[in-house]
Design a protein around this ligand. Structure first.
Ligand SMILES: [Fe+2]
Ligand SMILES: [Fe+2]
Length: 266
């Protein structure tokens, strides 16, 4: 027995996830920043749906101040945002179907079969560990190995410490699907291969590639991905399905033959 999870690419860190009745949407950017129109496919994805919309932070490649107009076509929206940060100036009002839920770093929230834990990013805002049914998803936002050469040693040390702590967390938690930055501007792809080796997910979704989708082929040549599949999207609205094996009944928490813990708690 397995469970199907659909993943759809829109732009930058903006992806949709469909799992049974759950529709999850991440980080809708300002389309004009990229010159790519993602609004029509986003509208098709969320129209008349109950949507969990997670926003990691408000940089323009992650948040669209005019998003309210798009959200109005959904049935209901639960919009999770970083606590303690105001929406950017000029953010349009949100429609009545949208409930804003601020989350602080390390806070956990459960609603039925859906749980989310917020992690503190080493950029701004949050990353998310999500449990939907039996499916474990990590969405990094801009938590990544941002070791730009022009940074001070102290800044680099902080970035590395947060990133390394995340690697250790993911190695223990073993998410099935990992969304993490693979920014081609840094030679180590902002840590994409480190995340794959630590988390060993069924599916790795590279993000933050500025719609230069051909870069994913170069990432694929960077080393052994083990059992992990790479979502090699090419165009806005490309989709892939991941089959996640269901944990067998009575398997306990000691681990499956694949070494993945069946303890899905976050
Ligand atoms: Fe950012
Ligand atoms: Fe970003």
């Amino acid at each position: 027995m397995s469970v199907s999870v659909g993943i759809r690419y829109f732009l930058q860190n903006c992806f949709g996830v469909r799992h049974e009745e759950e529709i999850i949407l991440f980080d809708v950017p300002v389309p004009e920043f990229f010159g790519v129109d993602i609004i029509p496919p986003l509208r098709r994805f969320i129209r008349n749906q109950n949507v969990r919309f997670l926003t990691s932070h408000y940089h323009c490649d992650h948040f669209y101040p005019a998003i309210g107009e798009l959200l109005a076509c959904a049935r209901n929206v639960e919009m999770i945002v970083p606590a303690g940060t105001d929406f950017p100036a000029g953010t349009a009002p949100f429609p009545p179907n949208t409930r804003i839920v601020p989350m602080a770093p390390f806070e956990r929230r459960t609603d039925g079969d859906f749980s989310v834990r917020a992690l503190k990013s080493n950029d701004e805002g949050l990353a998310f560990m999500i449990l939907t049914g039996d499916v474990k998803i990590y969405f990094g936002g801009d938590l990544a190995r941002w070791t730009w050469p022009e940074m001070t040693a102290r800044q680099q040390k902080y970035v590395e410490a947060v990133f390394d702590r995340t690697l250790r967390r993911l190695a223990l938690w073993r998410p099935h699907i990992v969304f993490s930055n693979a920014d081609p501007r840094l030679p180590h792809w902002t840590g994409a291969m480190d995340i794959i080796r630590a988390a060993r997910p069924e599916m790795f979704v590279p993000m933050h590639i500025f719609h230069r989708c051909e870069e994913i082929d170069r990432l694929a040549g960077e080393g052994d991905l083990g059992e992990t599949r790479l979502f090699r999207y090419r165009n806005v609205d490309d989709a892939v399905t991941v089959e996640i094996p269901r944990p067998s009944r009575g398997a306990g928490t000691t681990g499956t033959p694949s070494g993945r813990s069946t303890d899905a708690s976050i």
